[in-house]
Design a protein around this ligand. Structure first.
Ligand code: FAD
Length: 522
């Protein structure tokens, strides 16, 4: 039996595990995850936890160095907890958290990560658009790419029917269509946003996490699960190798503090766009572009209170009442319609996302109406492109260890005039989109660098082993035998859309290559 070790249990590591085990019957997969398991089914979205306290606890457990009082119950030494730290989005923690061993991210301050079974995929919003035009990989042809995307959609339970019957959602699309009529190419106008999840009988959505990707691997009764081991609270400290060939990994059991080695034929590192290159660096695997070409999506957001007169041209008060009563069935999840205008070139080099919700994401000071806005709110954001540049980088310092004992990270990153002009354009469009729907209760504003949570490029793929990429088109690290990488870090292009679907598609291609490679080594 061959052994594949996967580092990281997020959507990408999980996609590798599922595809490899489905394709090869003489392989076992050991998945090592530094964080704790949060849900009974491994990797489920915490958004599905109905109980507010249980949901808050699950999110706190994912917050690595900021997991506070719960860290003791996990067996993680209290000494690494820095008091008084603030956190990023719930379920994540800032890399530059300010305590001992914190990363240095002054130019990318909102950089964040999750440390738990399922990774960020236990906390994500589940938006799963596909890359378009120049966002796509130039070295995979369209026929193969479409097939990879279709497998990725199945793995993630992607569908476009979530809230598709919402009359308010439809009214929002009609108002966008009026505003942007004639400006967008055929097929790239306002539409429902594809999301990863399953629509339930009451119209609400059970959001997808790594659980649905793992599928049968998380079901102890299924034969495939017999060849799958998920080790939570298991930190991979080093990828072991000799003479350019991968031998396995050294791990630390965070419950017992024990160190051991897992021998493996192939190692897949899918530990996010910062901690993956950090692990490679710590292991002495240092391709010239490792950590470089960091991109994300500059994000311009706002909140609009829907104007009854405007929406009322396309939806009635009876429609609104029906919407409100449906929403009350699932009080834990305030979102009830998700729309978008996708990226198109050259007309609309942005991704607009518009989430319709009963409440604002902040405590709104609505003096004129203590009960808030009857028609609800739209939280809208433009995701923009960042052009890849060598000098946007995460570097690692062998002389300064971080809170986990790894070479500490410093991020250097800057927006250029290319981004500045698109940001100005996005703000103009966001103001038009907002005015078409109602009144701003939060004006358009650019979030701090790192806020997108979509970190790309730090282990980019390329067609040539020319020093400008870390991995080949099958996600194999150049010049290393038996080492694969996965995640948004592989995306080499400037994109504006949420990256997980694309990264799962890339992982499917890579995982098939793992299975083929192992079958040839028989
Ligand atoms: P991750 O999910 O980050 O998982 C990596 C795992 O590796 C972590 O669990 C980590 O603990 C583990 N790890 C790290 N180092 C080690 C080590 N040395 N040893 C063992 N384990 C290790 N994306 C979208 O496409 N659409 C969205 O709508 C969207 N919304 C988001 C909303 C939020 C609030 C957040 C937090 C993220 C969102 N994202 C979204 C991003 C999405 O979650 C990520 O793209 C996706 O999770 C990346 O998957 P991954 O498996 O590569 O990495």
């Amino acid at each position: 039996m061959k052994t594949v070790v996967i580092v990281g249990s997020g959507p990408i590591g999980s996609a590798f595990a599922r595809v490899i085990l489905g394709a090869a019957d003489d392989v076992r997969v050991v998945m090592c995850e530094a964080g704790p398991q949060l849900t009974e089914t491994p990797g489920a979205s915490v958004r599905n936890i109905a109980d507010t306290d249980a949901r808050a606890r699950a999110r706190e457990l994912a917050q690595g160095p900021q997991a506070g009082s719960h860290r003791a119950s996990l067996g993680i030494p209290e000494t690494v907890v820095a008091e008084g730290m603030f956190t990023a989005r719930q379920g994540t923690f800032l890399l530059d958290f300010g305590g001992p061993g914190s990363a240095h991210c002054a130019s990318f301050p909102a950089a964040a990560a999750s440390t738990n079974v399922g990774g960020m995929g236990a906390h994500w919003t589940c938006a799963t658009p596909a890359p378009q035009f120049s966002e796509k990989l130039p070295f995979i042809d369209d026929t193969e790419w479409d097939e990879l995307l279709s497998v990725a959609r199945q793995l993630l339970h992607v569908q476009s029917s979530a809230f598709a019957d919402s009359p308010i959602g439809a009214a929002i699309r009609s108002l966008f269509e009026e505003e942007f009529a004639g400006e967008l190419p055929e097929g790239f106008g306002p539409s429902t946003l594809p999301v990863a999840g399953d629509v339930l009988d009451d119209g609400s959505v059970r959001w997808a996490g790594a659980d649905v990707i793992l599928g049968p691997l998380g079901d102890p009764g299924h034969p495939l699960s017999a060849r799958f081991t998920l080790r939570d609270l298991t930190l991979v400290r080093r990828v072991e190798h000799r003479d350019g060939r991968i031998r396995g990994v050294s791990v630390e059991d965070l419950r017992s503090g024990e160190h051991s080695t897992i021998v493996a034929d192939i190692v897949v590192v899918a530990a996010d766009a910062f901690r993956s290159p950090q692990l490679l660096w710590a292991s002495g695997i240092r391709p010239p572009s490792l950590g470089h070409y960091l991109t994300e999506h500059p994000v311009m957001i706002s909140t609009v209170a829907l104007d009854g007169d405007k929406v009322g041209r396309f939806a009635s008060l009876a429609d609104l009442d029906a919407e409100l009563s449906r929403r009350s069935l699932n009080a834990a999840d305030p979102v009830s319609a998700v729309n978008r205008i996708p990226f198109s070139e050259p007309q609309h080099p942005f991704s607009l996302q518009a989430m319709y919700s009963e409440t604002t994401p902040f405590r709104a000071d609505l003096n004129d109406d203590a009960n808030g806005n009857r028609w609800g709110y739209v939280n809208m954001g433009y995701g923009l492109r960042k052009r890849p540049r060598f000098e946007d980088t995460v570097t690692f310092d062998d002389g300064e260890l971080d809170y986990r004992g790894f070479p500490n990270m410093t991020i250097d990153y800057a927006l250029t005039p290319d981004e500045d002009s698109e940001i100005a354009d996005a703000e103009r469009r966001l103001r038009r989109a907002g005015s078409a729907l109602g009144d701003f209760v939060a004006e358009p504003r650019l979030l701090p660098n790192g806020s997108s949570l979509h970190y790309q490029g730090t282990m980019r793929m390329g067609e040539e082993n020319d020093g400008a990429s870390v991995a080949d088109p099958w996600s194999r690290v150049w010049d290393w035998d038996g080492l694969y990488v996965g995640g948004n870090a592989l995306i080499p292009t400037a994109t504006s859309m949420n990256p997980t679907l694309m990264s799962v598609a890339i992982a499917v291609r890579a995982a098939r290559n793992v299975a083929n490679t192992l079958s040839q080594r028989r």
